[in-house]
Design a protein around this ligand. Structure first.
Ligand SMILES: [Zn+2]
Length: 286
């Protein structure tokens, strides 16, 4: 069951759903505007959030910012008429490419077969929408290149285009008054490739960029709101694996051995998965 949680005075979020790939939705409550971070994966997802806001006596969002173009972050836009939507120029360009698509089973199967769509997303779309594939891609109202700062009245949000392996258009949202950094999917692997992958170069660049934000809470869209200590633990694992990958590109055995030597313990399951992503990221097949 999804819940609307209050993290701090002005930052609320709705919890994710793994099976249907519903990401966390962020809500920043200002005195003059309420900002929604990501539009939801369907109108019913977005409507569930709007209902929860009303139940808590919170204003309906007047602005929505998108973290990237993937379906699960944008399909809810059609449930937000009269709301100003903001995206990076790259996100809008990617969304335009979705406009001609049909979403029935045959069309999804066809795109999966040709490598445009991935089975993981096609399955989640079927589960979220059932037979009624009524989704309609709505274009964002306002676009920006590098960064954009919003003054919502008593609270600010800085949207920053950071890119990365998961999606080159990725944007993070930083709320300085609440010390919250909304990561979106920015630090996840690239799923739209022949095998799920991460590159050492992009990971190191992105981690250095994210270090510039002074945050105490980090929102992983398909995970949770992590404390600074939890984030730093994950960040250090990623950074160490990326650094070792630079020395032994594509060599799973050597990367694993070096990681175990430097940490003085056996790799954990999640780390092993990350190593596989970095090994795949050294490939040249996409
Ligand atoms: Zn994504």
């Amino acid at each position: 069951m999804q819940k609307l949680e209050r993290h701090s005075p002005r930052f609320w979020y709705m919890t994710p759903v793994a099976e249907t790939d519903r990401p966390i939705l962020g809500v920043v409550v200002g005195d003059t505007h309420t900002l929604l971070i990501d539009a939801g994966n369907s109108e019913s997802h977005t409507n569930a959030l709007l209902d929860a806001l009303a139940e808590n006596g919170l204003a309906r969002p007047t602005i929505v910012a998108l973290t990237h173009w993937h379906w699960d972050h944008i399909f809810g836009l059609s449930a937000l008429p009269w709301t100003v939507s903001i995206a990076s120029v790259e996100t809008k360009n990617k969304m335009e490419r979705l406009l001609p698509y049909e979403w029935d089973d045959a069309s999804l199967d066809e795109r999966v077969a040709s490598g445009i769509e991935i089975p993981f997303c096609a399955d989640a779309i079927r589960l979220e929408f059932g037979e009624a594939r009524t989704m309609r891609v709505v274009m964002p109202t306002l676009t920006f290149d590098d960064s954009l700062t919003l003054d919502l009245g008593g609270v600010h949000v800085m949207l920053k285009h950071v890119g990365g392996d998961h999606s080159p258009d990725a944007v993070v949202a930083y709320i300085p008054e609440e010390k919250v950094l909304f990561l979106g999917d920015a630090l996840y692997a690239n799923l739209y490739a022949p095998s799920w992958r991460m590159t050492a170069e992009e990971t190191l660049r992105l981690l250095a960029l994210l270090d510039m934000f002074d945050a105490e809470a980090y929102v992983w869209s398909h995970g949770s709101v992590a404390s600074r200590a939890e984030y730093e633990k994950d960040r250090n694992v990623l950074r160490l694996l990326a650094t070792i990958t630079m020395d032994f590109p594509g060599n799973k055995q050597r990367i694993t051995a070096q990681y175990e030597r430097l940490t003085g313990r056996a790799v954990e399951e999640e780390e092993e998965e990350l190593i596989t992503f970095f090994v795949n990221g050294s490939r040249r097949d996409a």
